[in-house]
Design a protein around this ligand. Structure first.
Ligand SMILES: Nc1ncnc2c1ncn2[C@@H]1O[C@H](COP(=O)(O)OP(=O)(O)OP(=O)(O)O)[C@@H](O)[C@H]1O
Ligand SMILES: [Mg+2]
Length: 356
């Protein structure tokens, strides 16, 4: 179901134009972000995923000017952040909230005073900021914890408090850098639900940095995949799940290695089959056998909920005979199922480039 947002989804809020960030000089130089160009739309939940050191934090910090760029440009609502004066940049930062893995709360202040802090810095009078802080605590479900100190809160509650503080200035954007990485899976889901709820109610743009595909699948509309500072792929999460193009995307999307029956260890040709929730794995395989008379061996399989839609995928060994393989491929294509050949991933070999 298409979500109703208060803002037009087509409007671009951030535009990165050939952004490169190099730390250090000469032999110590590290290219943390390498020629990244992408656009983030107003109102969307945009994920950035990649392994440790991929440049995610550096890239997200360029979005609010916390990190200067070595070359390229960063536009926020059409304004080039790299050209702005400090004062103008500070003003823009007020419309971009941020939360972090380790919450960054002030231990000496209680919950309500933590939320009041950015408003205090912005010169908002005490009574007004106190009322606003209480309202924000209620939104994140912490109304009973107004006087509690951060040390008296659980991890999930601390992150809720950080979200309340980040939203106090009514920002247009919320940047989340590994905001759920320190939390249990159950608490992670609660925080992601809260973020999604806030996005739906207010239309705020959310940028989520993570190294977990589960987080992306749970709430992101689109995702950018980063590897060694470079943008590998960007697109709708469902599209990337169904047909990942880059090696980095495939690593994220393919079923985890099944040690009992790893598909990399087979000598036979293997295919990855991906389908949405309209057809179950069992039905597809049963019908395959009855329609083609061919048997396939399932080496790995999983099902996922991507943005609320169920997706499934399997790695299968296909029949050894050419005719058998052709029958099986034709069957999947007729069912509208995405199918591509994969070869020995263990050896690090590339998949055959052409999707079949
Ligand atoms: N201030 C800095 N000075 C020098 N090098 C830096 C600095 N900040 C980041 N780097 C380097 O830039 C690269 C990208 O770092 P970054 O923190 O952006 O990665 P990341 O994707 O956020 O990783 P993680 O998942 O571990 O948080 C790394 O090689 C890192 O060592
Ligand atoms: Mg990081």
């Amino acid at each position: 179901m298409e979500r109703e947002l208060k803002v037009s989804r087509e409007e671009v809020i951030f535009r990165l134009d050939h952004v490169t960030k190099i730390f250090g000089k000469k032999e110590n130089a590290v290219k943390a972000v390498d020629d990244v160009s992408l656009e983030i739309e107003k109102g969307e939940i945009f994920g950035m995923i990649g392994m440790s050191g991929a440049g995610k934090s550096t890239l997200v910090r360029t979005l609010n000017g916390l990190e200067s760029v070595t070359s390229g440009k960063v536009f926020f609502e059409g304004k080039d952040l790299t050209e702005l004066k400090k004062k103008e940049l500070l003003k823009i930062r007020q419309s971009i909230g941020m939360i972090f893995q380790h919450f960054n709360l002030l231990g000496q202040r209680n919950a309500v005073l933590n939320v009041e802090l950015p408003m205090k810095i912005a010169g908002i009078p005490k009574a007004e900021r106190h009322a606003k802080a209480l309202e924000m605590l209620k939104i994140v479900g912490l109304e009973s914890k107004e006087k509690a100190y951060p040390s008296e809160l659980s991890g999930g509650q601390k992150q809720r408090l950080a979200i309340a503080r980040a939203l106090a200035m009514e920002p247009k954007v919320l940047l989340c850098d590994e905001a759920t990485s320190a939390l249990d899976p159950g608490i992670t889901l609660e925080i992601l639900d809260l973020l999604k709820d806030i996005n739906e109610k207010t239309g705020i743009t959310i940028v989520i940095i993570t190294h977990e595909m589960d987080v992306v699948e749970k709430i992101c509309d689109r995702v950018a995949i980063l590897d060694y500072g470079r943008l590998q792929e960007v697109g709708k999460v469902g599209d990337i799940f169904t047909s990942p193009k880059s090696e980095a995307a495939k690593r994220l999307v393919y079923p985890a290695r099944d040690t009992a029956n790893p598909f990399y260890m087979t000598d036979r040709r293997c295919f990855r089959v991906a389908f949405d929730g309209h057809s179950s794995r069992e039905t597809i395989i049963c019908d395959l056998v009855s329609e083609t008379g061919e048997k396939v061996n399932i080496l790995a399989a999983n099902t996922k909920s991507v943005g609320g839609i169920g997706y499934g995928q399997m790695i299968i060994e296909i029949p050894e005979t050419e005719e058998g393989a052709a029958l099986v491929l034709d069957y999947f294509k007729r069912r509208g199922v995405f199918v591509e050949e994969v070869i020995d991933r263990k050896a690090g070999a590339e998949e055959k480039k052409e999707a079949v």
